[in-house]
Design a protein around this ligand. Structure first.
Ligand SMILES: [Zn+2]
Length: 237
């Protein structure tokens, strides 16, 4: 084989290898960025999904929760999922969305971080849920007595003094605390409300995918606060 043929054969093999790598990658990317389901394609509209979620919260408050057959649900869901609702929750152990909203396995796509603030990784997870799984509502779920907001209030002037990675997280809540300081009433309660609302407003600004879905009416983003004592989740506006 002449040197040029050798190079040409190597190039062909390299080209083939490139295609083998690229084609599945492109297909995956196409799946990722496929537009979300239209309201007609999905079995439920954003308003209906939100209504069902709030009805579940009322059942939880009333102690009338549905019985859940986790064994049957687990088997049914092993091959796929299509959760209508995405929840951005706090990491707090008392805030368990499936229980609070009386939902089955596979019904909620739950993202969590202390203080329920949208990080880049959380927004990417939501983009997947909206684009691929057909989720149509995002609920930012703040809660009463949230330690993350409390830490931001207590360390408002010296966040950087906090240990470990806490300064990065807690500094995210300073704008909400600042706005809450302008309001009458309890500072922590107001900061929790403002943070939930700010996070909900921030989400479409952090993602073209989410923004376009909102514009088309295929996605609704709301914020609210869960009361640890009464069990009630109340939307904030
Ligand atoms: Zn919290």
């Amino acid at each position: 084989m002449t040197p040029s043929r050798t190079i040409s054969a190597r190039s062909a093999r390299a080209g083939h290898l490139l295609l083998v790598i690229l084609i599945p990658g492109l297909l995956l990317a196409a799946t990722w960025y496929a537009p979300g389901m239209s309201n007609a394609e999905r079995a439920i509209t954003p308003d209906e999904a939100l209504k069902q979620l709030l009805e579940g919260n009322q059942r939880y408050i009333d102690g009338q929760m549905r019985s859940h057959d986790h064994t049957a649900d687990r088997k049914k869901l092993a091959t796929g999922q299509s959760p209508s609702v995405i929840i951005l929750r706090c990491a707090d152990s008392r805030v368990a969305p499936e229980i609070i909203f009386d939902q089955n396995l596979g019904e909620l796509f739950v993202c969590g971080v202390a203080g329920n603030t949208p990080t880049t990784e959380i927004v990417a997870s939501m983009e997947y849920a909206v684009s691929v799984l057909g989720s149509c509502v995002i609920v930012v779920m703040g809660h009463s007595s949230c330690g993350a907001l409390d830490a931001a209030i207590d360390n408002f002037d010296d966040v950087d003094e906090l240990p470990g990675n806490l300064p990065t997280l807690v500094s995210r809540f300073l704008p909400a605390v600042m706005e809450a300081k302008e309001k009458d009433g309890d500072l922590l309660t107001n900061a929790i409300r403002v943070n939930a609302l700010m996070s909900a407003e921030q989400l479409p600004r952090m993602s073209t995918i989410l923004q376009q879905a909102v514009k088309k009416g295929e996605l609704k983003v709301v914020g609210g606060v869960y009361d640890l004592s009464t069990g009630r989740f109340t939307l904030v506006d």
